[in-house]
Ligand binder design. Structure first.
Ligand code: HEC
Ligand code: HEC
Length: 444
């Protein structure tokens, strides 16, 4: 590209500044100052704008890489598979770690399947909203993520051939598969010499058919998990009232946040600096940051995290740019191809969403913080963080909030969690285990 001369550069910079400014002004929903509770009265317009953007949650963006992302039968198939213990020789299903009654987490420090993994189990609620999935963003879509736990020897210890066989041999699962994807590939059907008899070795054509059928099934897992969306939380009622143009009739929605939570909110959007990364209605910038959390040796961070994830996602045959993607030229694919390795990526993790956070302890990628007050203490003091990081950012500074500020921050984080409610139809095991057993023998 030619370097622009000085004057046109000045001209375009000015234009950009004017444009950005007018977009920001439009984008900034006005919060009526006369409705503000006293705890927020001292905030600037910019800080109030950060609050205004915390709600409502936008509708789910489409996933063009998965042509069945919003197909109901695909979601039903994924729902059955998510709870299916036959995908693992040790009868571990997705729901073993992502337990519905625990907001789709397991309450453990590190996830435990056949073995112990290096990471804490995140919730799958709202996972469909993520730009990258996994703590280090190793996956560029929700559907491509599902294969890893199935085949990881420390998680389910299964394999894709078994996945395909379970669906082929289960009358109901196969019916759902065929409704969505068409006839089950004839070459994979049972015969005297069952092509799905053993996971290895096989010829390339057969393997590629198994991979293609696997990709279909992964897309069903994806369609299912798009149904798992977090409900309205106190913060939504609060922001709705602040944004409302109607006359105030009741303080119920303002009271959805206790005075402590409102003080915590003020910290969050101002001196606490939390909004810099945990921003918008998802409370995340969908980006990666190194907080300088000490490594296993107690000193420098030692998990390459995002640095290794970039290599992984670019070489993953199931990525958005690959031959199993339904939109290999969509923006997501370009994003994957455009990723670059920078040493700064070492130790960076994705900013997690904070919706539902009160129910997903313990915290951080390795579950090292037992509760929200430990998290608040960390950000307040940065104790245990390596100060300069390992290529670390210098975004974080000790806050000096003290005990009261920390507990206000915790009260605010709790208000990002939906009220306890009954599990919906998509959130429970679709069939009782006894029914599952007889249904599966039907297909054998
Ligand atoms: C042994 C416990 C375990 C099992 C079984 C398991 N997961 Fe997970 N899940 C995890 C852990 C740990 C992570 C984080 C992994 C990482 O980031 O390195 C995770 C991450 C995820 C994520 C990404 C969430 C996010 O916010 O980034 C999704 C989606 C997910 N799992 C879905 C599934 C599905 C679908 C299955 C079944 C096919 C499954 N999991 C089986 C433990 C488990
Ligand atoms: C520089 C970006 C950044 C800033 C600023 C920041 N966070 Fe975070 N936050 C992250 C990242 C990245 C993680 C995940 C780190 C990890 O797992 O190693 C995280 C993790 C968390 C978690 C744990 C979530 C979970 O599910 O385990 C909470 C709670 C949290 N942050 C709250 C806050 C609060 C409160 C503030 C302000 C005091 C704040 N964060 C400031 C980036 C940031």
């Amino acid at each position: 590209m030619n370097a622009p001369n000085g004057s046109s550069m000045f001209g375009s910079a000015l234009l950009v500044a004017i444009l950005v400014n007018s977009i920001l002004v439009q984008d900034l929903p006005a919060l009526a100052r006369d409705r503000l509770p006293p705890e927020l009265a001292a905030l600037s317009d910019e800080e109030l704008g950060r609050i205004a953007r915390m709600s409502p949650l936008p509708p789910l963006a489409p996933d063009p890489t998965n042509r069945v992302a919003d197909d109901e039968n695909a979601a039903r198939l994924g729902h059955r598979l998510f709870f299916d213990t036959r995908l693992s020789p040790k009868e571990i299903s997705c729901a073993t770690c992502h337990e519905p009654a625990r907001t789709f987490t397991d309450g453990k420090k590190l996830a435990q399947g056949i073995g112990t993994t290096r990471r804490n189990t995140p919730t799958v609620l709202d996972a469909a909203r993520r730009r990258w999935t996994g703590w280090d963003g190793k996956f560029d879509s929700l559907w491509s993520q599902a294969l890893a736990p199935i085949e990881n020897p420390a998680e389910m210890g299964g394999d894709r051939t078994t996945l395909v066989r379970v669906v082929r041999d289960d009358v109901e699962l196969r019916k759902l598969y065929e409704l969505v994807f068409g006839p089950f590939p004839a070459a994979l059907c049972a015969s005297a010499n069952d092509p799905l008899h053993s996971p290895t070795p096989r010829d390339a054509a057969l393997q590629s058919l198994i991979d293609r059928t696997t990709a279909d099934l992964l897309k069903a897992f994806g369609a299912y998990q798009r149904k798992l969306i977090s409900g309205r939380a106190p913060i939504d009622r609060f922001v709705e009232e602040l944004r409302s143009k109607q006359p105030v009739t009741t303080t119920a929605k303002i009271d959805a946040l206790t005075p402590a939570a409102r003080r915590g909110l003020a910290i969050f959007v101002s001196q606490g600096g939390c909004y810099q990364c945990h921003r918008g209605a998802n409370f995340t910038d969908e980006e990666f940051h190194a907080l300088g959390l000490a490594g296993a040796n107690g000193r420098v961070p030692d998990d390459p995290a995002r640095l290794a994830a970039v290599d992984f996602v670019q070489t993953n045959p199931f990525n958005a740019a690959g031959s199993f993607s339904d939109a290999p030229n969509a923006p997501k694919a370009a994003m994957v191809r455009g990723l670059r390795r920078f040493p700064e990526l070492f130790g960076q993790f994705r900013t997690p969403s904070l919706r539902g956070v009160a129910r997903t302890k313990p915290y951080m990628h390795d579950g090292r913080m037992a509760d929200l007050s430990a998290v608040a203490t960390f950000y307040d003091t940065l104790e245990g963080a390596s100060p300069t990081g390992h290529h670390g950012e210098l975004v974080l500074m000790p806050l000096g909030l003290g005990a009261e500020g920390r507990s206000d921050l915790v009260a605010f984080l709790e208000a990002l969690t939906p009220d306890e409610s009954k599990l919906g139809v998509w959130e429970v095991d679709p069939i009782a285990p006894s029914v599952r057993r007889s249904a599966s023998t039907l297909g054998r």
